[in-house]
Ligand binder design. Structure first.
Ligand code: ADP
Ligand code: G3P
Length: 494
């Protein structure tokens, strides 16, 4: 009997597969971390074969854990780290270069040159994005220019481009399906989010041959079936969404004005704006929230590059802590210290967009200890979220009544309390914090007719804990001013 849904969540640091029942309850999960490669300052790459192998492995493992066969799965949804760029051979399926990860800054000079040519306005008007190395287009151009013979091969139609969803889809369908969805397409800098199509002028600007591009579908669509040799039988692939958009659905932020913030490697705050594509005057992004039956809902997004990655750095980079989980107890024992950690390891994202900024720890004194530095790392994530909230409000958005949070960091109660205090907004944590995978499982269920409407999906959201605002305004003001001062000192593009 086909009664389960499977979500593949291919994230920046790990790949997961989760099997849900039709009420959206996660039953079995499998997860594998994979390698991060930093070949040069500001460069971040993934091995495409590791992305593929971990995906296949977690899919097989999770079926095994549930004692299920492929035929028990009604459909699969794929959600993924966005913008990360792959180019592969149309015939062999072999990538011609590593995946260039969204965090990678190698194309900063290319973006700057296009800005100098006055292209930012046209790009923003069509794509809702900014000229920043974060997005896919300049990464594609880099691969075509730097890998020998690649540009000619791409022009001859021999090479394909895809974000991680497309690459996995290509591999899962054994090369039968070269598609993506509108949310992933909206992060490439090549897609007109108003007309919902690849844009010829942008393809020309970034020198990307149209023949490389995947076909863009709704988030819920017929994306093909898994090749029978992979998981034992064919399984329909019925939904795709970028991970932050999937989290918006998983958090049931399905009405205009509802907001969520996801704290994984980076932090991504999204405000649903419904059918209106709000153009930000404060350097936020306009993006496709979801596209269903051809109807687009938009969101405003603030993207922070380093959130949980700051904790990873404290653990693996400078080895100040043995595990991420100790950060909560350390932060509780930290003194109020005036220490600020600006985690601009790969530049600063929204609202500063400064690819050349680099990180700093400031305000150190003789009695600064590990606890104070750890607390400053956690606080930096909350200060950056306040930066985003203020930018959204400056764009005319109402302050949301609550903010729904999710992602690996929000198990940390101290962090979430400080977040509520810094935003001056109550923060809600759902029972299921793996909202990314849940969101795409919901979308898969929608395509399969298990759910009829988005409202029905919204009714499945359950809160775990609500964090009320406890801090008084004067304290918030002093702390936040200290943050703004610290950020000013690392910026290069004031
Ligand atoms: N108790 C904790 N306190 C703070 N951060 C944590 C804690 N546990 C995990 N993290 C951070 O959460 C991140 C993992 O979140 P996850 O949502 O799995 O990330 P991603 O999807 O980007 O791979 C890691 O960067 C880790 O440092
Ligand atoms: O893999 P995550 O959860 O860090 O998300 C990455 C984002 O999609 C990048 O835009």
């Amino acid at each position: 009997m086909t009664q389960y849904l499977m979500a593949i969540d291919q994230g920046t640091t790990s790949t997961r597969a989760i099997i849900y029942n039709t009420q959206g309850v996660p039953l079995w999960q499998s997860q594998r971390e994979f390698g991060q490669h930093y070949p040069e300052d500001g460069w971040v790459e993934h091995d495409p074969e590791e992305i593929w192998e971990t995906t296949l492995e977690v899919c097989r493992q999770v079926l095994k854990k549930g004692h299920l066969k492929a035929g028990d799965i009604a459909g699969i949804g794929i959600t993924n780290q966005r913008e990360t760029t792959l180019v592969w051979d149309r015939v062999s399926g072999e990538p011609i270069y590593n995946a260039i990860v969204w965090q990678d800054r190698r194309t900063a000079a290319h973006c700057e040159a296009l800005k100098q040519q006055g292209r930012e306005g046209m790009v923003a008007a069509r794509t809702g994005l900014l000229l920043d190395p974060y997005f896919s287009a300049t990464k594609i151009a880099w691969i075509l220019d730097k890998v020998e013979g690649a540009r000619a091969r791409a022009e001859a139609g021999e090479l394909l481009f895809g974000t991680v969803d497309s690459f996995l889809l290509w591999r899962l369908t054994a090369g039968k399906s070269h598609k993506t969805d509108a949310t992933n397409a909206s992060r490439t800098l090549l897609f007109d989010i108003h007309r919902q199509c690849w844009d010829e002028a942008l393809l020309e600007l970034f020198r990307v041959p149209a023949a490389m591009l995947p076909q863009v579908e709704d988030c819920c669509a017929d994306f093909g079936v898994t090749d029978a040799s992979l998981l034992g039988a064919e399984i329909p692939l019925v939904a795709i969404a970028g991970d932050q958009q999937a989290a918006l659905v998983g958090q049931a932020c399905l009405q205009p004005g509802m907001a969520k913030s996801t704290y994984g490697t980076g932090c991504f705050m999204m405000l649903n704006t419904g059918e209106v594509a709000v153009q930000s005057s404060n350097r936020l992004l306009t993006t496709v929230a979801y596209r269903l039956k051809g109807e687009v809902s938009y969101a405003v997004e603030g993207s922070i590059f380093i959130a949980g990655a700051a904790v990873q750095w404290l653990r693996d980079g400078i080895r100040l802590i043995p595990h991420s989980s100790v950060t909560e107890a350390l932060a509780r024992e930290a003194r109020e210290s005036g220490v600020y950690l600006v985690p601009a390891f790969t530049g600063l994202g929204a609202p500063y967009w400064d690819p050349n900024a680099r990180g700093a720890i400031m305000g150190l004194t003789r009695d600064t200890g590990i606890a104070e530095i750890v607390a400053a790392g956690l606080q930096s994530v909350c200060y950056q979220t306040r930066d985003l909230l203020l930018a959204m409000q400056a764009d005319g958005a109402q302050k949301p009544g609550t903010l729904r949070v999710d992602g690996g960091m929000v198990v940390n109660n101290w962090l979430v309390q400080f977040l509520a205090d810094m935003l001056d907004v109550p923060v809600e944590r759902p029972e299921v914090t793996e909202t990314t995978a849940l969101g795409v499982a919901y979308l898969a269920g929608l395509q399969l007719g298990i759910y009829q409407t988005l409202e029905e999906i919204g009714s499945l959201w359950y809160g775990d804990r609500r964090f009320e605002v406890e801090m008084e305004e004067p304290q918030r003001k002093v702390l936040y001013e200290g943050w703004l001062n610290a950020v000013e000192r690392v910026r290069t593009n004031r």
